[in-house]
Ligand binder design. Sequence first.
Ligand SMILES: Nc1ncnc2c1ncn2[C@@H]1O[C@H](COP(=O)(O)OP(=O)(O)OP(=O)(O)O)[C@@H](O)[C@H]1O
Ligand SMILES: [Mg+2]
Length: 252
Amino acid sequence: MKITVHDIEFSYNGSPALQNVNTAIEKGDFVALVGPNGSGKSTLIKCLNGILKYRKGAVLIDDRPMDAFTPNELAKEMAYVPQSENKKSALHVFDVILLGRKPYIYWKPSEHDLRVTANIMKTLHLEDLAMRDVNTLSGGQQQTVYIARALAQEPDILLLDEPTANLDIKHQVEVLELLKKLANNGITVIIALHDINMAMRYATRIMMLKKGSIFASGGRETITKENIEELYDIKVHIIRDNGNIFIVPDRS
Ligand SMILES: Nc1ncnc2c1ncn2[C@@H]1O[C@H](COP(=O)(O)OP(=O)(O)OP(=O)(O)O)[C@@H](O)[C@H]1O
Ligand SMILES: [Mg+2]
């Protein structure tokens, strides 16, 4: 699904967090939102999924205003993996992931709901944790469970706020490869990501946010030494290897 953002603005108690944000994200795009701490990545993601109400502007999903969707309709189109989960109920891992099927369930999960849940648990190697209380899991295991819950929603748009922040390098690659596969199958993926090198490797589009506005946006070529240095106010080196480039901090 396509998302069009028309000039949105958002403030927390009068202090602006987003301004003049305009963009069009196409079906199957894999968009990495990058930018310094406090630049507005989480706020933008929350405006895109309706958790926060922007003060001005509009968000269209396939040309339909977001406000025109009922919460249940929206939940079938869009899933969200928060940066951190506040309300942690004492639920088993299986039940947390099954919650992703809620928009489709009247009161009793169908065979299909159970199958979708089980398949996602298999894909993300969560089967051994199925009956564990989610609160007893490690940070990375919990994050994987919340990714699984979002996938169980079978959304057309996936919004993920630093989903790999607690994951080891192997699990980071696994999650990003899976997201890439989903994007290749037409799911629109929008992910806040601090690791610029991972963003460059996986995203088809890079959106840089600085002080609540889009600083630069485009393909991987948007990640230049100049842009990164200005965005983060830090000196960096570019390392070239086999056609790939890597950004590392300049230690001199
Ligand atoms: N609930 C809130 N109340 C007041 N101000 C907030 C709230 N949430 C965020 N802000 C402020 O809005 C700005 C943008 O925050 P946001 O969380 O969107 O940044 P971010 O780019 O996601 O940062 P990070 O990389 O640290 O996650 C920051 O200045 C932040 O302090
Ligand atoms: Mg954030």
